[in-house]
Design a protein around this ligand. Sequence first.
Ligand code: EPU
Length: 420
Amino acid sequence: MDSFLIKGGVPLRGTVEISGSKNAALPILAATLLTDEPCVIRRVPDLSDTRFMVKILESLGATAKFENGTVTVHAKKIKGYADYDLVRKMRGSICIAGPLLGRLKKARISLPGGCIIGARPINLHLKGFQALGCKIKIEGGYIDATAKKITGNSMFLGGRAGPTVLGTANIMMAAALGDGITVIESAACEPEVVDVANFLNAMGAKISGVGSPTITIEGVKKLHGAEHEVIPDRIEAATFLIAAGATNGEITVKGARAEHLRAVIDKLGEAGVSVERNGADLIARRKGKLKPVDITTLPYSGFPTDVQAQMMALLVLAKGISIITERIFESRFMHVSELARLGADIEIEGPSAIVKGGKPLSGAPVMASDLRASAALVIAGMAAKGTTQVNRIYHLDRGYEKMDEKLKKLGARIQRVEEK
Ligand code: EPU
């Protein structure tokens, strides 16, 4: 298992280019299953998760080519059965269920199971499929969904923690090839959902209302091949903006969309990190001392759960008390004990982490537990004195394209140590 060796204390300076969004690319790649014509998806980040999704598409019978950020998929003839071993390894693979149901009216997929950040149920996906007329059986760890036809319907998809991102994408994809009109209430408003809908519409779907809590899908008989460019990764962009603040540097972030980052930019401003727009670029720099800030993660357009860990790494450096409340995933605090190994003083109280910031950080070996926690440890390592070894960096490779190379270009002393 590879690790990163980081020598802290260097302010990041320079320009970084943002890659395509992982969480948009995954359902968009899955959506290519909805047509028997070729599709071309550009700006796909080269990550273990996107490579994995391509493998799943191939295992279902599609031919696919992934070259220089472009994936060409031709799902001429596909089957509705996904191998257990493939699906179980990546939770995001649940988003093949919608396209399989739309195209074949059947899907047999292993239940994805929980993960380190929380239970991750799929009850809302199943509720939506049932509303569309699917019969669902759960047997031997598999979801077996079948339908004579997909019938448009109205449904409420809000759950205990609000809307569901992949659940909304799944229902849009199944209903796109349904009979009649589907209305999703309490739909997820995330930019990744909007991007999936834009691709589906380019394929000939009739979806409106995306980006709002009410999405309407008018079913069509057939979808055709299309080309699409994935939106920039707002979570990667946020991670670099935070890294600029944490290292007291100045970074120009190229290709990010400020309108997708409002909550993050607002909280960074409160914390003493200014983010200015310069044409299409964002420039992040520290304005004086860091200040403590309270944050609650919420569905879009609130503060994203996927940026909570990285923001904690920044707030650990701000003198005073910050309260970070996690409202989306109940156990997404695995980074707390690892940040403590670097000298951070954080207490967990139910869904909140109380950060008593301002204590000096010093390098130590730490263990990455999930994707965003890994990014937080890299940020903290860059802000700490001495050397930090972040182990199990494969978590980070799932969602950040060439992070070590991008950080090196910004001046970070970071080295990938490959385990032989
Ligand atoms: N939920 C339910 N029932 C469901 C589905 C979700 O109760 O059927 C709950 C979840 O337990 C959670 C909340 O609803 O409390 C939101 O979960 P959501 O379904 O929106 O998450 P997801 O679609 O499985 C995507 C991203 C995550 C990101 C979340 C929230 C992908 C591949 N994953 O997951 O990304 O944290 O939305 O924004 O799109 C990451 O990139 O690190 C990551 C974990």
